[in-house]
Design a protein around this ligand. Structure first.
Ligand SMILES: O=C(O)CCC(=O)C(=O)O
Length: 272
């Protein structure tokens, strides 16, 4: 009886907002299976990622896709950057970026790690040009984590995917990680200094570099005088708050006309 009363009251409350449970939780796009079935190769990638906190995926994008992304990023950078290194909401900038949203070589591995219920956190490009110093050590997940977690578990999942459109070298700067630091509850120092335990990854165009949003990492200085161009597609559990608002026309189009997975990735589940 008390339940019936509470349900009636809840219904009343919702009338006020004009929303119903059905509108806020489009269950038809929630995958039936929470976890994908893993092949032997995917299981090996999962094990490696869990241990190291990063993974280099070979042949993630074709040469033609690299060329197309370079052209799209060059135009976007010239049009929008005003000298800033980071360009945000990349999918809104040029349709040539759109295929990255659910690109199978990256997404299949991210789903193998996080499960099928994921959304985009952000689609960003970073372009360094001229003399650009070392980034400080950082992790992307800003949410503080107690060293002991919580009795219920409290580590959110975010996985980033970097497509480096220029081969990384000593001159234009590797991406450096501290292996296993995604499991360290403490934050990194934020200093740009090299560490004896850092691993420098010299990524090549065509590869994708997946890394945990909680790993300690930094982009090493670009002293090459040439452009160093990266697209960063970041994903998280669907229940987390994303960085992007998904309010632009491209995000809306994906939500209205996309596949169920594209709708989920673009934040179709606003709340529940
Ligand atoms: O350019 C890089 O190597 C990675 C930069 C990056 O992902 C970041 O600073 O968020």
């Amino acid at each position: 009886m008390a339940d019936a009363k509470a349900a009636a009251q809840e219904g009343e409350n919702r009338k006020g907002t004009g929303k119903t449970q059905r509108n806020t939780m489009p269950r038809n796009i929630v995958p039936r299976e929470m976890n994908p079935t893993l092949t032997t190769a995917l299981s090996a990638d999962v094990d490696s990622f869990l241990k190291n906190g990063f993974l280099v995926v070979e042949d993630a994008i074709t040469h033609a896709q690299v060329e197309s992304l370079r052209a799209a990023l060059d135009e976007t950078y010239a049009r929008t950057s005003g000298g800033e290194q980071f360009i945000h909401e990349l999918l809104e900038e040029d349709s040539r970026f759109e295929f990255l949203l659910d690109h199978p070589p990256a997404l299949s591995r991210i789903k193998a790690l996080l499960g099928n219920c994921i959304q985009l956190h952000s689609a960003t490009a970073r372009v360094t040009q001229g003399e650009v110093p070392d980034q400080g050590w950082h992790r992307d997940g800003p949410w503080p984590v107690d060293p002991n977690g919580t009795p219920y578990g409290s580590r959110p999942g975010q996985i980033n995917c970097g497509y480096f459109l220029d081969e990384l070298t000593e001159e234009n700067g590797a991406i450096a990680f501290v292996r296993g630091s995604h499991r360290n509850p403490a934050s990194p120092s934020h200093k740009p200094d090299p560490r004896p335990d850092e691993v420098r990854v010299y990524a090549k165009p065509g590869q994708a570099v997946l890394f945990d949003g909680w790993i300690y990492y930094r982009g090493v200085a670009n002293v090459s005088g040439e452009m160093r161009r990266t697209c960063l597609m970041c994903y998280q559990n669907s229940w987390m708050k994303s960085r992007e608002s998904f309010s632009g026309p491209v995000a809306r189009r994906f939500r209205e006309e996309g596949t169920d997975e594209q709708r989920l990735l673009m934040g179709a589940i606003e709340k529940w």
